[in-house]
Write a protein that binds this ligand. Structure first.
Ligand code: NAP
Length: 522
Protein backbone atom coordinates (compact mmCIF):
# COMPACT_ATOMS: atom_id res chain seq x y z
CA UNK A 1 0.00 0.00 0.00
CA UNK A 2 1.44 3.40 -0.93
CA UNK A 3 2.06 6.02 1.76
CA UNK A 4 -0.50 8.32 0.22
CA UNK A 5 -3.15 5.60 0.23
CA UNK A 6 -2.53 4.93 3.93
CA UNK A 7 -2.79 8.59 4.81
CA UNK A 8 -6.00 8.97 2.83
CA UNK A 9 -7.66 6.05 4.59
CA UNK A 10 -6.64 7.28 7.98
CA UNK A 11 -8.32 10.56 7.03
CA UNK A 12 -11.46 8.86 5.69
CA UNK A 13 -12.18 6.44 8.51
CA UNK A 14 -12.63 8.96 11.29
CA UNK A 15 -14.63 11.05 8.83
CA UNK A 16 -17.61 8.73 9.43
CA UNK A 17 -19.48 8.78 6.20
CA UNK A 18 -23.14 9.80 6.15
CA UNK A 19 -25.54 6.86 6.27
CA UNK A 20 -27.16 7.60 2.93
CA UNK A 21 -25.36 7.88 -0.38
CA UNK A 22 -27.58 9.18 -3.19
CA UNK A 23 -26.89 7.68 -6.61
CA UNK A 24 -27.02 10.39 -9.28
CA UNK A 25 -27.57 9.47 -12.92
CA UNK A 26 -28.10 11.27 -16.20
CA UNK A 27 -27.20 10.75 -19.81
CA UNK A 28 -25.99 14.35 -20.11
CA UNK A 29 -22.87 15.54 -18.23
CA UNK A 30 -24.19 19.05 -17.47
CA UNK A 31 -27.55 17.68 -16.31
CA UNK A 32 -25.75 15.16 -14.08
CA UNK A 33 -23.76 17.85 -12.34
CA UNK A 34 -26.74 20.23 -12.13
CA UNK A 35 -28.72 17.45 -10.49
CA UNK A 36 -25.91 16.82 -8.02
CA UNK A 37 -25.70 20.52 -7.22
CA UNK A 38 -29.43 20.64 -6.47
CA UNK A 39 -29.05 17.69 -4.09
CA UNK A 40 -26.08 18.95 -2.10
CA UNK A 41 -28.04 21.04 0.39
CA UNK A 42 -29.79 17.96 1.82
CA UNK A 43 -27.33 15.24 0.79
CA UNK A 44 -23.62 15.52 1.44
CA UNK A 45 -22.80 12.07 0.10
CA UNK A 46 -23.37 11.35 -3.60
CA UNK A 47 -22.44 8.64 -6.06
CA UNK A 48 -21.78 9.74 -9.63
CA UNK A 49 -22.89 6.91 -11.89
CA UNK A 50 -20.56 7.82 -14.72
CA UNK A 51 -21.55 4.71 -16.66
CA UNK A 52 -24.97 6.29 -17.40
CA UNK A 53 -23.17 8.86 -19.60
CA UNK A 54 -22.34 7.94 -23.21
CA UNK A 55 -18.97 9.72 -22.75
CA UNK A 56 -18.19 9.78 -19.03
CA UNK A 57 -14.93 11.71 -19.40
CA UNK A 58 -16.88 14.82 -20.45
CA UNK A 59 -18.41 15.12 -16.97
CA UNK A 60 -15.12 15.09 -15.10
CA UNK A 61 -14.09 18.78 -15.45
CA UNK A 62 -17.60 19.76 -14.27
CA UNK A 63 -17.39 17.33 -11.34
CA UNK A 64 -13.98 18.79 -10.45
CA UNK A 65 -15.46 22.28 -10.27
CA UNK A 66 -18.40 21.04 -8.21
CA UNK A 67 -16.08 19.31 -5.74
CA UNK A 68 -13.91 22.43 -5.41
CA UNK A 69 -16.89 24.65 -4.69
CA UNK A 70 -18.39 22.17 -2.22
CA UNK A 71 -15.63 20.96 0.09
CA UNK A 72 -18.16 19.31 2.44
CA UNK A 73 -19.38 17.01 -0.35
CA UNK A 74 -18.21 13.38 -0.36
CA UNK A 75 -18.51 11.63 -3.72
CA UNK A 76 -18.12 8.13 -5.07
CA UNK A 77 -17.23 7.72 -8.74
CA UNK A 78 -18.65 4.56 -10.32
CA UNK A 79 -18.30 3.52 -13.94
CA UNK A 80 -19.67 -0.02 -13.83
CA UNK A 81 -19.09 -2.14 -16.90
CA UNK A 82 -22.02 -3.75 -18.70
CA UNK A 83 -20.96 -7.37 -17.96
CA UNK A 84 -21.08 -6.52 -14.24
CA UNK A 85 -24.57 -5.01 -14.44
CA UNK A 86 -23.60 -1.40 -15.30
CA UNK A 87 -24.00 0.58 -18.51
CA UNK A 88 -20.38 1.25 -19.46
CA UNK A 89 -19.59 -0.39 -22.79
CA UNK A 90 -15.88 0.53 -22.88
CA UNK A 91 -12.85 -1.61 -22.15
CA UNK A 92 -11.37 -2.38 -18.76
CA UNK A 93 -8.48 -0.01 -19.54
CA UNK A 94 -10.86 2.88 -20.25
CA UNK A 95 -12.82 2.10 -17.08
CA UNK A 96 -9.60 2.38 -15.05
CA UNK A 97 -8.68 5.56 -16.89
CA UNK A 98 -12.05 7.19 -16.10
CA UNK A 99 -11.94 6.16 -12.45
CA UNK A 100 -8.37 7.50 -12.16
CA UNK A 101 -9.46 10.83 -13.64
CA UNK A 102 -12.54 10.95 -11.38
CA UNK A 103 -10.25 10.50 -8.43
CA UNK A 104 -8.03 13.34 -9.72
CA UNK A 105 -11.18 15.44 -10.09
CA UNK A 106 -11.76 15.15 -6.34
CA UNK A 107 -14.03 12.13 -5.85
CA UNK A 108 -12.91 10.80 -2.48
CA UNK A 109 -14.07 7.25 -3.25
CA UNK A 110 -13.98 5.18 -6.43
CA UNK A 111 -15.92 1.97 -6.96
CA UNK A 112 -14.63 -0.89 -9.03
CA UNK A 113 -16.36 -4.22 -9.30
CA UNK A 114 -14.62 -7.45 -8.35
CA UNK A 115 -14.91 -8.77 -11.92
CA UNK A 116 -12.88 -5.82 -13.26
CA UNK A 117 -10.41 -5.71 -10.38
CA UNK A 118 -9.73 -9.44 -10.68
CA UNK A 119 -8.61 -8.92 -14.29
CA UNK A 120 -6.22 -6.08 -13.44
CA UNK A 121 -2.66 -6.21 -12.21
CA UNK A 122 -2.45 -5.51 -8.48
CA UNK A 123 -0.58 -2.24 -9.10
CA UNK A 124 -3.34 -0.98 -11.41
CA UNK A 125 -5.97 -1.40 -8.70
CA UNK A 126 -3.74 0.01 -6.01
CA UNK A 127 -2.96 3.04 -8.18
CA UNK A 128 -6.65 3.94 -7.86
CA UNK A 129 -6.12 4.12 -4.10
CA UNK A 130 -3.37 6.71 -4.32
CA UNK A 131 -5.82 9.61 -4.12
CA UNK A 132 -9.15 8.03 -3.22
CA UNK A 133 -10.51 5.30 -1.02
CA UNK A 134 -11.35 2.18 -2.99
CA UNK A 135 -14.71 0.41 -2.87
CA UNK A 136 -14.47 -3.11 -4.23
CA UNK A 137 -17.97 -4.15 -5.16
CA UNK A 138 -19.82 -7.32 -6.07
CA UNK A 139 -23.43 -7.57 -7.22
CA UNK A 140 -25.50 -10.73 -7.40
CA UNK A 141 -28.58 -9.99 -9.48
CA UNK A 142 -30.23 -13.34 -8.78
CA UNK A 143 -29.89 -14.42 -5.18
CA UNK A 144 -28.39 -13.96 -1.73
CA UNK A 145 -25.90 -16.75 -1.35
CA UNK A 146 -22.22 -17.53 -0.74
CA UNK A 147 -21.62 -14.14 0.92
CA UNK A 148 -18.73 -15.44 3.03
CA UNK A 149 -16.94 -17.10 0.11
CA UNK A 150 -17.40 -14.00 -2.04
CA UNK A 151 -15.94 -11.82 0.71
CA UNK A 152 -13.00 -14.20 1.04
CA UNK A 153 -12.26 -13.72 -2.68
CA UNK A 154 -12.69 -9.96 -2.37
CA UNK A 155 -10.36 -9.42 0.57
CA UNK A 156 -7.52 -10.88 -1.46
CA UNK A 157 -7.60 -7.48 -3.20
CA UNK A 158 -6.77 -4.69 -0.75
CA UNK A 159 -9.58 -2.11 -0.63
CA UNK A 160 -11.03 0.36 1.83
CA UNK A 161 -14.62 -0.85 1.57
CA UNK A 162 -16.04 -4.17 0.43
CA UNK A 163 -19.49 -3.76 -1.01
CA UNK A 164 -21.65 -6.87 -1.38
CA UNK A 165 -25.05 -6.40 -2.92
CA UNK A 166 -27.28 -9.42 -3.43
CA UNK A 167 -30.88 -9.97 -4.48
CA UNK A 168 -33.54 -10.90 -1.95
CA UNK A 169 -35.94 -13.54 -3.23
CA UNK A 170 -37.29 -14.13 0.27
CA UNK A 171 -37.61 -11.90 3.32
CA UNK A 172 -35.18 -14.19 5.11
CA UNK A 173 -32.44 -13.20 2.64
CA UNK A 174 -32.30 -9.92 4.58
CA UNK A 175 -31.54 -11.84 7.74
CA UNK A 176 -28.75 -13.69 5.91
CA UNK A 177 -27.29 -10.37 4.75
CA UNK A 178 -27.52 -8.78 8.19
CA UNK A 179 -25.97 -11.78 9.93
CA UNK A 180 -23.14 -11.59 7.41
CA UNK A 181 -22.64 -7.88 8.18
CA UNK A 182 -22.70 -8.51 11.93
CA UNK A 183 -20.19 -11.34 11.64
CA UNK A 184 -17.70 -9.57 9.37
CA UNK A 185 -18.26 -5.87 10.08
CA UNK A 186 -15.57 -5.73 12.78
CA UNK A 187 -12.85 -7.06 10.50
CA UNK A 188 -13.64 -5.17 7.30
CA UNK A 189 -15.41 -1.96 6.31
CA UNK A 190 -18.47 -3.37 4.61
CA UNK A 191 -21.38 -2.07 2.62
CA UNK A 192 -24.12 -4.67 2.32
CA UNK A 193 -27.72 -4.75 1.23
CA UNK A 194 -30.21 -6.81 -0.75
CA UNK A 195 -31.79 -5.55 -3.96
CA UNK A 196 -35.39 -6.19 -4.96
CA UNK A 197 -38.74 -5.36 -3.39
CA UNK A 198 -38.06 -7.94 -0.69
CA UNK A 199 -34.74 -6.34 0.22
CA UNK A 200 -36.25 -3.37 2.02
CA UNK A 201 -35.35 -4.69 5.49
CA UNK A 202 -31.65 -4.73 4.66
CA UNK A 203 -31.81 -1.28 3.06
CA UNK A 204 -33.13 0.12 6.35
CA UNK A 205 -31.53 -2.09 8.98
CA UNK A 206 -28.23 -2.94 7.25
CA UNK A 207 -26.69 0.24 8.68
CA UNK A 208 -27.23 -0.97 12.23
CA UNK A 209 -25.95 -4.46 11.40
CA UNK A 210 -22.61 -3.10 10.20
CA UNK A 211 -23.01 -1.61 6.73
CA UNK A 212 -20.97 1.60 6.53
CA UNK A 213 -23.76 3.26 4.54
CA UNK A 214 -26.63 2.49 2.19
CA UNK A 215 -27.73 3.75 -1.20
CA UNK A 216 -30.76 5.79 -2.19
CA UNK A 217 -32.17 7.12 -5.45
CA UNK A 218 -32.96 10.71 -6.36
CA UNK A 219 -36.52 9.81 -7.42
CA UNK A 220 -38.57 6.63 -8.03
CA UNK A 221 -37.81 6.91 -11.76
CA UNK A 222 -34.06 7.18 -11.24
CA UNK A 223 -33.35 3.98 -9.35
CA UNK A 224 -29.94 2.47 -10.04
CA UNK A 225 -30.93 -0.88 -8.52
CA UNK A 226 -34.20 -2.76 -8.07
CA UNK A 227 -35.93 -1.93 -4.80
CA UNK A 228 -33.91 1.23 -4.21
CA UNK A 229 -35.74 3.77 -2.05
CA UNK A 230 -35.56 7.52 -2.60
CA UNK A 231 -33.37 9.55 -0.26
CA UNK A 232 -36.41 11.59 0.73
CA UNK A 233 -38.33 8.46 1.76
CA UNK A 234 -35.36 6.95 3.59
CA UNK A 235 -35.00 10.11 5.64
CA UNK A 236 -38.50 11.40 6.20
CA UNK A 237 -40.70 8.30 6.01
CA UNK A 238 -38.30 5.75 7.51
CA UNK A 239 -36.06 8.11 9.53
CA UNK A 240 -32.95 6.11 8.69
CA UNK A 241 -30.69 8.57 10.50
CA UNK A 242 -32.32 7.58 13.80
CA UNK A 243 -32.27 3.79 13.31
CA UNK A 244 -30.26 2.22 16.13
CA UNK A 245 -30.12 -1.04 18.10
CA UNK A 246 -33.18 -0.05 20.10
CA UNK A 247 -35.34 0.72 17.03
CA UNK A 248 -38.37 -1.54 16.99
CA UNK A 249 -39.35 -3.02 13.67
CA UNK A 250 -42.94 -3.22 12.48
CA UNK A 251 -44.40 -4.04 9.11
CA UNK A 252 -47.32 -4.90 6.90
CA UNK A 253 -47.04 -8.45 5.60
CA UNK A 254 -48.94 -9.82 2.65
CA UNK A 255 -48.70 -10.74 -0.99
CA UNK A 256 -48.74 -8.25 -2.68
CA UNK A 257 -47.98 -5.23 -0.47
CA UNK A 258 -46.33 -2.91 -2.95
CA UNK A 259 -49.30 -0.50 -3.05
CA UNK A 260 -50.00 -0.57 0.68
CA UNK A 261 -50.56 2.80 2.34
CA UNK A 262 -49.68 1.33 5.74
CA UNK A 263 -45.97 2.34 5.72
CA UNK A 264 -46.91 5.97 5.06
CA UNK A 265 -49.53 6.12 7.81
CA UNK A 266 -47.68 4.07 10.42
CA UNK A 267 -44.30 5.75 10.03
CA UNK A 268 -46.03 9.12 10.31
CA UNK A 269 -47.68 7.97 13.54
CA UNK A 270 -44.41 6.60 14.97
CA UNK A 271 -42.66 9.86 14.14
CA UNK A 272 -45.44 12.02 15.58
CA UNK A 273 -45.53 10.10 18.86
CA UNK A 274 -41.74 9.91 19.11
CA UNK A 275 -41.64 6.13 19.08
CA UNK A 276 -38.25 4.68 18.16
CA UNK A 277 -39.66 2.38 15.48
CA UNK A 278 -39.72 1.81 11.77
CA UNK A 279 -42.53 0.25 9.74
CA UNK A 280 -41.82 -1.61 6.48
CA UNK A 281 -43.76 -3.21 3.62
CA UNK A 282 -42.91 -6.91 3.85
CA UNK A 283 -43.68 -8.83 0.70
CA UNK A 284 -44.07 -12.35 2.09
CA UNK A 285 -44.43 -15.03 -0.55
CA UNK A 286 -44.95 -17.60 2.21
CA UNK A 287 -45.98 -17.38 5.85
CA UNK A 288 -43.04 -19.56 6.85
CA UNK A 289 -40.61 -17.01 5.43
CA UNK A 290 -42.36 -14.20 7.31
CA UNK A 291 -42.44 -16.05 10.62
CA UNK A 292 -38.73 -16.88 10.41
CA UNK A 293 -37.99 -13.17 10.07
CA UNK A 294 -40.28 -12.28 12.96
CA UNK A 295 -38.06 -14.39 15.21
CA UNK A 296 -34.64 -13.49 13.84
CA UNK A 297 -34.82 -9.74 13.15
CA UNK A 298 -36.89 -9.53 15.47
CA UNK A 299 -40.11 -7.88 14.27
CA UNK A 300 -42.23 -6.43 17.10
CA UNK A 301 -45.54 -5.91 15.35
CA UNK A 302 -47.20 -6.94 12.12
CA UNK A 303 -50.20 -5.78 10.18
CA UNK A 304 -51.39 -8.90 8.39
CA UNK A 305 -53.10 -8.46 5.07
CA UNK A 306 -54.28 -10.66 2.20
CA UNK A 307 -53.84 -13.60 1.82
CA UNK A 308 -52.65 -14.45 5.35
CA UNK A 309 -55.32 -13.09 7.70
CA UNK A 310 -56.83 -16.53 8.34
CA UNK A 311 -53.76 -18.72 7.79
CA UNK A 312 -51.65 -16.87 10.35
CA UNK A 313 -53.96 -17.88 13.23
CA UNK A 314 -52.54 -21.36 13.71
CA UNK A 315 -49.01 -19.98 14.08
CA UNK A 316 -49.88 -17.67 16.96
CA UNK A 317 -49.42 -18.49 20.64
CA UNK A 318 -52.67 -16.81 21.60
CA UNK A 319 -55.49 -14.64 20.26
CA UNK A 320 -58.29 -12.77 22.02
CA UNK A 321 -61.75 -14.34 21.92
CA UNK A 322 -63.00 -11.69 19.52
CA UNK A 323 -60.30 -12.61 16.94
CA UNK A 324 -60.96 -16.32 17.39
CA UNK A 325 -64.67 -15.76 16.65
CA UNK A 326 -63.95 -13.69 13.57
CA UNK A 327 -61.45 -16.33 12.43
CA UNK A 328 -59.11 -13.72 10.96
CA UNK A 329 -56.21 -11.77 12.44
CA UNK A 330 -54.86 -8.50 11.04
CA UNK A 331 -52.54 -7.56 13.92
CA UNK A 332 -49.69 -9.52 15.49
CA UNK A 333 -47.69 -8.50 18.53
CA UNK A 334 -44.42 -10.19 19.42
CA UNK A 335 -44.09 -10.10 23.20
CA UNK A 336 -40.76 -9.88 25.05
CA UNK A 337 -40.76 -13.65 25.59
CA UNK A 338 -41.00 -14.11 21.80
CA UNK A 339 -44.62 -15.31 21.91
CA UNK A 340 -46.91 -14.10 19.15
CA UNK A 341 -50.34 -12.69 20.00
CA UNK A 342 -53.06 -12.01 17.44
CA UNK A 343 -55.76 -9.33 17.34
CA UNK A 344 -58.34 -8.13 14.85
CA UNK A 345 -58.65 -4.36 14.55
CA UNK A 346 -60.83 -4.41 11.41
CA UNK A 347 -63.86 -4.64 13.72
CA UNK A 348 -62.76 -1.42 15.48
CA UNK A 349 -62.28 0.06 12.01
CA UNK A 350 -65.99 -0.47 11.31
CA UNK A 351 -67.45 0.17 14.75
CA UNK A 352 -65.54 3.37 15.63
CA UNK A 353 -66.62 5.50 12.61
CA UNK A 354 -70.22 4.35 13.05
CA UNK A 355 -70.29 5.03 16.80
CA UNK A 356 -69.19 8.58 16.07
CA UNK A 357 -72.40 9.02 14.06
CA UNK A 358 -75.17 6.78 15.41
CA UNK A 359 -76.19 4.59 18.31
CA UNK A 360 -75.40 1.06 17.27
CA UNK A 361 -77.77 -0.62 19.70
CA UNK A 362 -80.73 -1.85 17.60
CA UNK A 363 -79.48 -0.10 14.44
CA UNK A 364 -80.48 -2.00 11.26
CA UNK A 365 -77.27 -2.70 9.37
CA UNK A 366 -76.81 -4.58 6.10
CA UNK A 367 -73.38 -6.07 5.44
CA UNK A 368 -72.55 -7.00 1.83
CA UNK A 369 -70.08 -9.90 1.73
CA UNK A 370 -69.07 -12.68 4.08
CA UNK A 371 -65.29 -12.68 3.77
CA UNK A 372 -62.72 -11.66 6.40
CA UNK A 373 -63.66 -7.96 6.54
CA UNK A 374 -67.40 -8.73 6.59
CA UNK A 375 -66.87 -11.20 9.45
CA UNK A 376 -65.03 -8.54 11.47
CA UNK A 377 -67.85 -6.05 10.80
CA UNK A 378 -70.66 -8.48 11.64
CA UNK A 379 -69.14 -9.69 14.94
CA UNK A 380 -68.10 -6.16 15.93
CA UNK A 381 -71.57 -4.76 15.25
CA UNK A 382 -73.37 -7.66 16.93
CA UNK A 383 -71.27 -7.07 20.06
CA UNK A 384 -72.64 -3.50 20.08
CA UNK A 385 -76.22 -4.76 19.87
CA UNK A 386 -76.92 -3.92 16.22
CA UNK A 387 -79.47 -5.83 14.14
CA UNK A 388 -77.24 -7.20 11.41
CA UNK A 389 -78.34 -8.50 7.99
CA UNK A 390 -75.97 -10.30 5.62
CA UNK A 391 -76.11 -10.47 1.84
CA UNK A 392 -73.46 -12.53 0.12
CA UNK A 393 -72.97 -13.58 -3.49
CA UNK A 394 -72.55 -17.23 -2.47
CA UNK A 395 -75.15 -18.59 -0.07
CA UNK A 396 -72.89 -20.93 1.98
CA UNK A 397 -70.44 -18.48 3.59
CA UNK A 398 -73.25 -15.97 4.21
CA UNK A 399 -75.38 -18.55 6.01
CA UNK A 400 -72.43 -19.81 8.03
CA UNK A 401 -71.56 -16.30 9.21
CA UNK A 402 -75.19 -15.50 10.02
CA UNK A 403 -75.44 -18.68 12.07
CA UNK A 404 -72.17 -18.08 13.96
CA UNK A 405 -72.89 -14.42 14.72
CA UNK A 406 -76.64 -14.81 15.21
CA UNK A 407 -77.24 -12.36 12.37
CA UNK A 408 -79.92 -12.52 9.67
CA UNK A 409 -79.69 -13.39 6.02
CA UNK A 410 -81.32 -11.28 3.36
CA UNK A 411 -81.90 -11.93 -0.33
CA UNK A 412 -81.09 -9.56 -3.16
CA UNK A 413 -84.66 -9.34 -4.61
CA UNK A 414 -85.92 -8.11 -1.20
CA UNK A 415 -83.55 -5.15 -1.06
CA UNK A 416 -85.80 -2.77 -3.00
CA UNK A 417 -88.38 -3.03 -0.23
CA UNK A 418 -86.01 -2.87 2.75
CA UNK A 419 -84.59 0.16 4.52
CA UNK A 420 -81.52 0.25 6.75
CA UNK A 421 -79.68 2.65 9.01
CA UNK A 422 -76.40 1.58 7.45
CA UNK A 423 -75.33 -0.44 4.42
CA UNK A 424 -71.70 -1.62 4.52
CA UNK A 425 -69.91 -2.82 1.42
CA UNK A 426 -67.44 -5.52 2.49
CA UNK A 427 -66.89 -6.89 -1.02
CA UNK A 428 -64.14 -5.79 -3.41
CA UNK A 429 -66.71 -4.72 -6.04
CA UNK A 430 -65.82 -1.17 -7.13
CA UNK A 431 -62.18 -1.42 -6.09
CA UNK A 432 -59.80 0.23 -8.53
CA UNK A 433 -62.57 1.59 -10.78
CA UNK A 434 -65.59 3.86 -10.74
CA UNK A 435 -67.73 1.59 -12.93
CA UNK A 436 -68.77 -1.34 -10.75
CA UNK A 437 -71.17 -1.34 -7.85
CA UNK A 438 -72.41 -4.24 -5.71
CA UNK A 439 -75.90 -2.65 -5.60
CA UNK A 440 -78.24 -0.90 -8.03
CA UNK A 441 -79.57 2.55 -7.27
CA UNK A 442 -83.04 1.35 -6.15
CA UNK A 443 -81.44 -1.09 -3.70
CA UNK A 444 -79.72 1.65 -1.70
CA UNK A 445 -82.31 2.58 0.91
CA UNK A 446 -80.25 3.73 3.87
CA UNK A 447 -79.24 6.71 6.04
CA UNK A 448 -75.53 5.84 5.88
CA UNK A 449 -73.52 4.05 3.23
CA UNK A 450 -70.15 2.77 4.43
CA UNK A 451 -67.88 1.50 1.66
CA UNK A 452 -64.80 -0.35 2.91
CA UNK A 453 -63.04 0.37 -0.38
CA UNK A 454 -60.73 3.40 -0.20
CA UNK A 455 -59.21 3.36 -3.66
CA UNK A 456 -60.85 5.09 -5.51
CA UNK A 457 -61.74 7.62 -2.80
CA UNK A 458 -65.29 7.78 -4.25
CA UNK A 459 -66.70 4.53 -5.59
CA UNK A 460 -69.73 4.26 -7.84
CA UNK A 461 -71.69 2.89 -4.88
CA UNK A 462 -70.79 5.96 -2.80
CA UNK A 463 -71.76 8.30 -5.64
CA UNK A 464 -75.15 6.62 -6.10
CA UNK A 465 -75.79 6.63 -2.35
CA UNK A 466 -75.06 10.37 -2.16
CA UNK A 467 -77.52 10.97 -5.00
CA UNK A 468 -80.11 9.01 -3.01
CA UNK A 469 -79.54 11.34 -0.03
CA UNK A 470 -77.48 8.98 2.14
CA UNK A 471 -74.49 10.13 4.15
CA UNK A 472 -71.36 8.38 2.96
CA UNK A 473 -68.59 6.98 5.18
CA UNK A 474 -65.51 6.37 3.04
CA UNK A 475 -63.30 3.29 3.43
CA UNK A 476 -60.41 5.51 4.36
CA UNK A 477 -62.02 6.01 7.78
CA UNK A 478 -61.98 2.28 8.38
CA UNK A 479 -58.40 2.11 7.19
CA UNK A 480 -57.27 4.84 9.58
CA UNK A 481 -59.27 3.50 12.54
CA UNK A 482 -57.99 -0.05 12.18
CA UNK A 483 -54.43 1.29 11.82
CA UNK A 484 -54.89 3.58 14.84
CA UNK A 485 -55.99 0.62 16.95
CA UNK A 486 -52.92 -1.35 15.81
CA UNK A 487 -50.71 1.55 16.81
CA UNK A 488 -52.32 1.62 20.25
CA UNK A 489 -51.87 -2.13 20.73
CA UNK A 490 -48.18 -1.99 19.76
CA UNK A 491 -47.11 1.17 21.55
CA UNK A 492 -49.62 1.65 24.36
CA UNK A 493 -49.97 5.29 23.22
CA UNK A 494 -53.04 7.00 21.81
CA UNK A 495 -52.79 7.15 18.03
CA UNK A 496 -52.35 10.55 16.35
CA UNK A 497 -55.57 10.08 14.38
CA UNK A 498 -55.64 13.44 12.59
CA UNK A 499 -52.07 13.09 11.35
CA UNK A 500 -52.70 9.56 10.17
CA UNK A 501 -55.79 10.67 8.25
CA UNK A 502 -53.92 13.58 6.67
CA UNK A 503 -51.07 11.33 5.52
CA UNK A 504 -53.42 8.80 3.91
CA UNK A 505 -55.45 11.45 2.12
CA UNK A 506 -52.24 12.97 0.78
CA UNK A 507 -50.87 9.57 -0.31
CA UNK A 508 -54.13 8.76 -2.10
CA UNK A 509 -54.18 12.15 -3.82
CA UNK A 510 -50.59 11.65 -4.97
CA UNK A 511 -51.46 8.19 -6.24
CA UNK A 512 -54.48 9.51 -8.16
CA UNK A 513 -52.40 12.36 -9.62
CA UNK A 514 -49.74 9.87 -10.78
CA UNK A 515 -52.38 7.78 -12.56
CA UNK A 516 -54.36 10.65 -14.07
CA UNK A 517 -53.06 11.73 -17.49
CA UNK A 518 -51.98 15.39 -17.48
CA UNK A 519 -54.21 17.82 -19.39
CA UNK A 520 -53.15 18.04 -23.01
CA UNK A 521 -51.38 14.66 -22.88
CA UNK A 522 -52.90 11.94 -24.94
P1 NAP B 1 -62.47 -11.60 1.09
O1 NAP B 1 -62.21 -12.31 2.37
O2 NAP B 1 -61.84 -12.10 -0.16
O3 NAP B 1 -64.06 -11.56 0.89
C1 NAP B 1 -64.62 -11.00 -0.26
C2 NAP B 1 -66.14 -11.04 -0.15
O4 NAP B 1 -66.65 -10.31 -1.25
C3 NAP B 1 -66.74 -12.44 -0.21
O5 NAP B 1 -67.87 -12.48 0.61
C4 NAP B 1 -67.12 -12.57 -1.68
O6 NAP B 1 -68.25 -13.37 -1.88
C5 NAP B 1 -67.50 -11.15 -2.02
N1 NAP B 1 -67.28 -10.89 -3.44
C6 NAP B 1 -66.11 -10.98 -4.11
N2 NAP B 1 -66.29 -10.64 -5.40
C7 NAP B 1 -67.61 -10.35 -5.54
C8 NAP B 1 -68.40 -9.95 -6.65
N3 NAP B 1 -67.87 -9.77 -7.86
N4 NAP B 1 -69.71 -9.73 -6.45
C9 NAP B 1 -70.25 -9.90 -5.22
N5 NAP B 1 -69.55 -10.30 -4.12
C10 NAP B 1 -68.23 -10.50 -4.29
O7 NAP B 1 -62.04 -10.07 1.20
P2 NAP B 1 -62.00 -9.17 2.52
O8 NAP B 1 -60.66 -9.24 3.15
O9 NAP B 1 -63.18 -9.47 3.34
O10 NAP B 1 -62.10 -7.70 1.90
C11 NAP B 1 -63.29 -7.24 1.31
C12 NAP B 1 -63.14 -5.77 0.91
O11 NAP B 1 -62.93 -4.97 2.06
C13 NAP B 1 -61.95 -5.52 0.01
O12 NAP B 1 -62.32 -4.60 -0.97
C14 NAP B 1 -60.93 -4.92 0.93
O13 NAP B 1 -60.04 -4.04 0.25
C15 NAP B 1 -61.81 -4.14 1.88
N6 NAP B 1 -61.14 -3.90 3.17
C16 NAP B 1 -60.96 -2.61 3.53
C17 NAP B 1 -60.36 -2.34 4.73
C18 NAP B 1 -60.14 -0.91 5.12
O14 NAP B 1 -59.34 -0.67 6.02
N7 NAP B 1 -60.82 0.05 4.52
C19 NAP B 1 -59.96 -3.38 5.59
C20 NAP B 1 -60.20 -4.70 5.18
C21 NAP B 1 -60.80 -4.94 3.97
P3 NAP B 1 -68.17 -14.95 -2.16
O15 NAP B 1 -68.30 -15.62 -0.82
O16 NAP B 1 -69.30 -15.20 -3.05
O17 NAP B 1 -66.84 -15.21 -2.81
Amino acid sequence: MSASATSYISRLRPLRLPRVCVAVTDSDPSALVDKAEALIRDNTFLEFRLDYLPRPALALPKIKRLMEYNPHLTAIATCRRAPSGGKFQGSLASQLDILGKASAAGCQLVDIELQSAAKCKAEQVQRLRSRSALILSYHDFRATKNLDTTLEKMVAIPADFYKLVSTATTLYDNVTMMKFLEKNGDRHSLVGLCMGEQGIISRLLGVRAGSAFTFASVSPDERTAPGQITAQELRSTYRIEQVDVATRVYGVAGDPVVHSLSPAIMNAALRRENVNGVYLALHAKTLKDLLNCVRDIPIHGLSITMPYKEAVLKHLDNTDSHTTKIGACNTVVRAQDGNLYGFNTDAAGVVRPLEQRITLEKARILVLGAGGAARAAVFGLKERGAEVYILNRTAGPGQKLAHQARARITKRPDLKKLTFDVIINATPVGMGNTRDSPLNENEINTRYLFDMIYDPAETRLMKMAKERGAEVIPGIEMFVHQAARQFEIWTGKPAPWDDMMRVVILALQERTARHTPKAGKK
